[in-house]
Design a protein around this ligand. Structure first.
Ligand SMILES: NC(=O)c1ccc[n+]([C@@H]2O[C@H](COP(=O)([O-])OP(=O)(O)OC[C@H]3O[C@@H](n4cnc5c(N)ncnc54)[C@H](O)[C@@H]3O)[C@@H](O)[C@H]2O)c1
Length: 249
């Protein structure tokens, strides 16, 4: 299997790239963090699959087109893309969100996912079909508080996921999303450190999650592997909630 993971240098993208490579897949990671990307590539040389880092800002269409071309040129085909790159919105009252903050979150999260789908689809079709997994969030379904632009971007990702799933179903392309709850990554460490009382924030995250803890990148990687491969051969157009029970409450 040849896979692309955007935002794969850190967090759940990194965990997924490593999971794929351990399962024997060749992985092309696109990310803006060159240092973390190079370190991932250097640390993955003894795995059954290879990991190649490509500098890529998903909000720039040419970067995403180049990422997909690199995967096809290096490994001869593309089987799956995990559109994972995303940024948080610092907690802000909705009537105080500056236009440039709104634009930035939408450009990376929503437009970046659109570019990933748009440019991966022809490559998947050249290979007889394949899978797309988009990283949405529980914010697509429930108000988590103070993050309007982020929630809008993640809701948009769910809508795009359904459109692509239906439009390409007859050409052997499946498109699904994941909806993580609170996962222990750099993103949430940044969110926690911005809070007036970081320990209180962690307590609150545990309290709103019935399983009583944050999820891990590896738990997300397992779900992405399922949706990316024939393990999920009759599944398309869904959002798979991975949130320790949070939105069931
Ligand atoms: N952490 C959570 O609790 C949580 C919950 C739900 C959804 N998500 C989503 O999961 C995805 C991954 O988040 P994470 O928690 O692993 O975050 P993270 O910050 O730990 O990692 C994100 C990665 O994306 C990269 N990135 C950022 N902007 C980019 C851009 N413009 N182009 C390419 N790469 C870029 C970063 O360099 C980093 O390597 C995001 O889409 C996020 O919205 C996270």
């Amino acid at each position: 299997m040849t896979a692309i993971v955007t935002g794969g240098a850190e967090g759940m993208g990194r965990a997924t790239a490593l999971k794929f490579a351990r399962e024997g897949a060749d992985v092309v990671v696109g990310d803006i963090n060159a240092e973390a990307g190079a370190s991932l590539e250097a640390n993955a040389t003894d795995l059954p699959g290879r990991i190649v880092y490509v500098p890529c800002d998903v909000s720039i269409e040419d970067d995403v087109a180049h990422l997909i071309e690199t995967a096809e040129k290096t490994f001869g085909k593309l089987d799956t893309i995990f559109n994972n790159a995303g940024i948080e919105q610092p907690v802000t009252a909705s009537d105080e969100i500056a236009e440039d903050l709104f634009d930035k979150v939408i450009a990376v999260n929503l437009k970046g996912t659109f570019f990933g789908c748009k440019h991966a689809l022809p490559a998947l079709l050249r290979n007889g079909g394949g899978t797309i997994v988009n990283n949405s969030s529980v914010s697509a379904f429930a108000n988590v508080g103070g993050n309007l632009s982020y929630a809008a971007s993640k809701g948009g990702i769910m809508s795009m996921t359904r459109v692509i799933a239906i439009e390409y179903a007859d050409r052997n392309v499946r498109c699904n999303a994941i909806n993580p709850g609170v996962i222990d990554t750099q993103m949430n460490r940044r969110n926690r450190d911005l809070a007036a009382d970081p320990e209180e924030i962690e307590r609150r995250w545990r309290a709103i999650t019935p399983l009583g803890r944050m999820g891990t990148g590896d738990e997300i990687a397992e779900a992405v592997l399922y949706l990316a491969t024939p393990l999920s051969s009759f599944v398309t157009g869904i959002g798979l909630v991975i949130d320790g029970g949070r939105i069931a409450t």
